[in-house]
Design a protein around this ligand. Structure first.
Ligand code: DCP
Ligand code: CA
Ligand code: CA
Length: 391
């Protein structure tokens, strides 16, 4: 049997940036702060087809939320001509996120750090707080202040005996808040919350819970284990009960960075390498990021997304690793020229990617974001030349 959280004495801080994409838009354009802002994923089929990515709190108060169709958001804001609809600019949010994560990571010297998403991270401060929740609270409050001063961003932070409780403490205090749930307070904190507030419970599980008469997290925590296993399966049943009791032994684990990439939408679709000027900032950014991380890469690649939304990728593996802007740009130029020579392509988006970081530097380890990026750029990169030692 695993130790209880009170016995293990762990203390975890969760950080989640408020209305992240929309807040990024506000810091880039402070005039937006007084207006409803809706960040949209336009699908491109018609002018308003697509879904809302996120919205600032002014827009949320009027009913706009993540995932609703853009047309619905327009309807909700019909009487608000000052409302602003913007397309997602993932590249920009990524660079803000990277700076934020650097701050979070260095806020508690040497504490285990894990980036959980573009705007979310955990710190295990068990040691640096000496097992004292008050000290952990001060570390968290200082971090919150630092994010405000350094980046102008508001975040909500939570402190708890594990990741689950720290995250739920955060959720309960959004936006611009701070929540602390001590090991002894977990039961009281959870017991009257509706089950859907438990991380991991979606609408389907919620419905099934309702049919069993389970309404609150407390109901679930006390529910007959055998019936739960029967209804949800041998694995999920006990897991749900354990979460409802506020128990979570998932460690805060650093993840190594496997690759860095940058991509942009071209000013005009291209069938030759006519967009070199648009690749310059990408190469600069990657080179700078490599040197900040103390990384050198062995593989340099390009990504091209055609007007038909096909992803093409090419890459080379280098004899000696580099972080040099000149080298990365000239390799990228060669790869793009080769791509256009190899056939008739019409490119809408183009990007650069580097990988194959030196082993010892790679272990610095911290980011899930690279994986997420990879998802969005799925099925990309096939080292074309000498794949020796490539990632
Ligand atoms: N996101 C998205 N589509 C969703 C949910 C989120 O595109 N259905 C994007 C936009 C968000 C970002 O991910 O800004 C982070 O997601 P969060 O769930 O943390 O939501 P926000 O940061 O926008 O708001 P909150 O203040 O509630 O954390
Ligand atoms: Ca958020
Ligand atoms: Ca989040």
């Amino acid at each position: 049997m695993a130790q209880s959280d009170a016995e293990s004495g762990r203390i975890v801080i969760a950080v989640d940036l408020d209305y992240f994409f929309a807040q990024c838009e506000e810091i880039r354009n402070p005039d937006y702060k007084s207006k409803p802002i809706v960040v949209c994923v336009f699908s491109g089929r018609t002018e308003t087809s697509g879904a809302v990515s996120t919205a600032n709190y002014l827009a949320r108060e009027l009913g706009v939320k993540s995932g609703i169709p853009i047309v619905n958001a327009k309807r909700l804001l019909a009487n608000h001509p000052e409302a602003i609809f913007l397309p997602v600019d993932h590249q920009y949010y990524e660079t803000v996120s990277e700076r934020v994560m650097d701050i979070v990571k260095s806020s508690s010297s040497g504490s285990p750090f894990e980036q959980a998403s573009i705007d979310e991270a955990y710190l295990d401060v068990s040691e640096s707080s000496n097992g004292d929740f008050e000290r952990a609270a001060r570390i968290a409050q200082d971090l919150k202040t630092e994010l405000k001063i350094a980046e102008g961003l508001s975040a909500t932070l939570g402190v708890g005996p594990n990741k689950l409780i720290a995250k739920m403490a955060t959720d309960s205090k959004k936006p611009d808040g701070f929540g602390l749930v001590g090991a002894e307070e977990v039961r009281n904190f959870l017991k009257d919350l509706p089950v859907r507030k438990l991380i991991g419970i979606g609408p389907r599980i919620e419905d099934k819970m309702a049919s069993l008469g389970i309404k609150t997290i407390g109901d679930l925590a006390d529910f007959d284990a055998a019936v739960l296993s029967e209804s949800f399966g041998r694995h999920l049943g006990p897991q749900l009960k354990k979460l409802a009791q506020g128990r979570d032994d998932d460690p805060v684990t650093a993840r190594p960075i496997e690759q860095l990439s940058r991509i942009v939408t071209l000013k005009e679709d291209a069938n030759t390498y006519s967009f070199q000027d648009q690749m310059i900032p990408l190469a600069r950014d990657i080179s700078q990021r490599l040197s900040t991380l103390g990384f050198k890469c062995r593989s340099v690649g390009i990504i091209a997304i055609t007007t038909g939304l096909k992803t093409k990728a090419r890459g080379v593996t280098l004899e000696s690793p580099t972080d040099s802007y000149d080298e990365i740009s000239s390799i990228a130029s060669g790869l793009f020229e080769g791509l256009f020579r190899s056939g008739n392509q019409r490119i809408r988006r183009a990007g650069l990617r580097v990988s194959g970081f030196d082993k010892e530097t790679r272990e610095v380890g911290w980011a899930r974001r690279e994986e997420e990026r990879q998802e969005t750029l799925s099925s990309f990169f096939s080292p074309a030349v000498n794949p020796k030692g490539s990632a």
